[in-house]
Design a protein around this ligand. Structure first.
Ligand SMILES: C[S@@+](CC[C@H](N)C(=O)[O-])C[C@H]1O[C@@H](n2cnc3c(N)ncnc32)[C@H](O)[C@@H]1O
Length: 225
C-alpha cells in the first residue's frame, strides 16, 4: 500500500472510534467533556488509567495496552497524523482499553481530573534546550507539578530518553527519591529490574530505535508522586 499523506491520516483519524480530536486549544476556562468521566464515557470498564504523553506514532501505547488488558491507556500528542499508526494498530488488534487524544500537554489538566490518572510515561520527549524555565519541556519540574494534580497519590512518572539534557535536568529537578534510575537502560542494569517493567523497558519506540542505531545510550528514571 502506498504511504498515506498527513491529510489522508487526518481524514482517517476522523473515522476512528479510538481517536479523540477535540478543539485546540481548549477554549476559555472550559474542560474536555471526558474530564472526570473517562472511565464511564470512554472505556468499556472502569480501570486505572495510564497516559503516554508525546506518544508520537503510539506504538508504545499499543504495547502497554496489549500487555495490560486490565488497565486503560490514553496516548496523547499534538500531532494526530503521527498517532494514526497506533490508532490503526489498536483497531486491528481490537484493543478496547486504548484511545488516542490530540491535545497540548500544557493543557493536560483540562483533560483529566484530580486523581483520574495512575501512571504517566514520557518517552523520548523533546529536550527543548532553550527552555530555561521548563515551560515547554514536558519532563520539567513545572510539568511534573501539573501531573501531580492528575495522578492518584503514589502515581508513577516514567521518563525514558536519549537526551543527556533531559536526564540531567530530571535528576536535578525531580530528585532525589527515584524508584529507578539508569544512564543505560539496555545494559546489564535491565536484568536487575523485575517484570513486567523489564519487558516494557526492553520495548523500543521508533525514536529509540533510531538513536540506538546511532550508538546513543538510553537513560531511564521513574518517581512516585
Ligand atoms: C521526539 S517525539 C517522541 C515520540 C514517541 N514518544 C517515541 O518515542 O517514538 C516527541 C513527540 O512529542 C510530541 N509533543 C511535543 N511537545 C508536545 C506538547 N506540548 N503537547 C503535545 N505533544 C507534544 C511531538 O508532537 C512528538 O510526536
Amino acid at each position: 500500500m502506498s504511504r498515506l499523506s498527513k491529510r489522508q491520516k487526518w481524514v482517517l483519524n476522523g473515522q476512528m472510534e479510538r481517536v479523540l480530536e477535540p478543539q485546540l486549544p481548549v477554549p476559555g476556562d472550559e474542560c474536555f467533556e471526558n474530564r472526570g468521566h473517562w472511565a464511564t464515557r470512554c472505556f468499556a470498564k472502569d480501570r486505572p488509567i495510564t497516559l503516554e504523553l508525546g506518544c508520537g506514532k503510539g506504538t508504545f501505547s499499543v504495547e502497554l495496552a496489549r500487555s495490560f488488558p486490565e488497565r486503560n491507556f490514553v496516548g496523547v500528542d499534538i500531532k494526530g497524523h503521527r498517532f494514526y499508526t497506533g490508532a490503526q494498530q489498536a483497531e486491528d488488534l481490537g484493543l478496547d482499553n486504548l484511545v488516542f487524544l490530540r491535545a497540548q500537554i500544557q493543557q493536560i489538566e483540562r483533560y483529566f481530573g484530580p486523581g483520574e490518572v495512575s501512571e504517566i510515561w514520557l518517552t523520548f520527549s523533546d529536550p527543548q534546550p532553550k527552555d530555561g524555565k521548563g515551560t515547554k519541556r514536558i519532563t520539567s519540574g513545572r510539568f511534573v507539578e501539573r501531573y501531580r494534580k492528575l495522578c492518584q497519590p503514589g502515581g508513577i512518572v516514567h521518563i525514558k530518553t536519549d537526551s543527556p539534557l533531559v536526564y540531567g535536568l530530571a535528576l536535578e529537578e525531580l530528585g532525589p527519591n527515584f524508584l529507578y534510575q539508569t544512564e543505560d537502560v539496555h545494559g546489564p542494569w535491565l536484568q536487575t529490574v523485575p517484570e513486567p517493567l523489564r519487558s516494557l523497558l526492553a520495548f523500543q519506540t521508533p525514536y529509540e530505535k533510531r538513536w540506538i542505531a546511532e550508538g546513543r545510550k538510553i537513560a531511564y528514571l521513574s518517581l512516585a508522586l
